[in-house]
Design a protein around this ligand. Structure first.
Ligand code: RB5
Length: 150
């Protein structure tokens, strides 16, 4: 299984490229689902590819970048089993791993700089789900998906 699925729209392309170089330095294997050029693309199309790779178990976790990170998070969270978290600070990045077992991190290129984005990514990547009472709550999210999905 590939460790990480990565994707961005045109609004997140430059930050994604910067993050990919950093992720390579960390030695994390990843697959980039695009976009690869500054031509405008629709962020839900990229969010779908990355989220599907995670749901199908082809990739362990995902990273999505757009202008704000918001559109990517909204789109990715439509897939049952995806817990995509928009984090622009390190506290949230660690907390969303420990409490929500988030499996996709969303970032906004127009919101934060590349240095902070890398620190946030690393904090999120290294964060571990604490399970316990948090597992019960995450299971309740899955129950919501079963009840209201489709
Ligand atoms: C693209 O202009 C922009 O809407 C997109 O990158 C993202 O910010 C959407 O949430």
């Amino acid at each position: 299984m590939v460790k990480l699925a990565v994707g961005s729209d045109h609004g997140g392309l430059l930050l994604k490229r910067h993050l990919c170089a950093f992720i390579e330095e960390l030695g994390i294997e990843f697959h980039d689902f695009g976009t690869y050029s500054p031509e405008p693309v629709d962020y839900p199309d990229i969010a779908r590819q990355v989220a599907e790779a995670v749901v199908r178990g082809e990739c362990e976790r995902g990273l999505l970048v757009c202008g704000t990170g918001i559109g990517m998070a909204i789109a990715a969270n439509k897939l049952p089993g995806i817990r995509a978290a928009l984090c622009h600070d390190t506290f949230s990045a660690v907390a969303t791993r420990e409490h929500n077992n988030s499996n996709i991190l969303c970032l906004g290129e127009r919101v934060i700089g590349p240095g902070l984005a890398c620190v946030i990514f690393q904090a999120w990547w290294e964060g571990k789900f604490r399970a316990g009472r948090h597992a019960r709550r995450v299971e309740k999210i899955a129950a919501l998906e079963r009840e209201y999905g489709r």
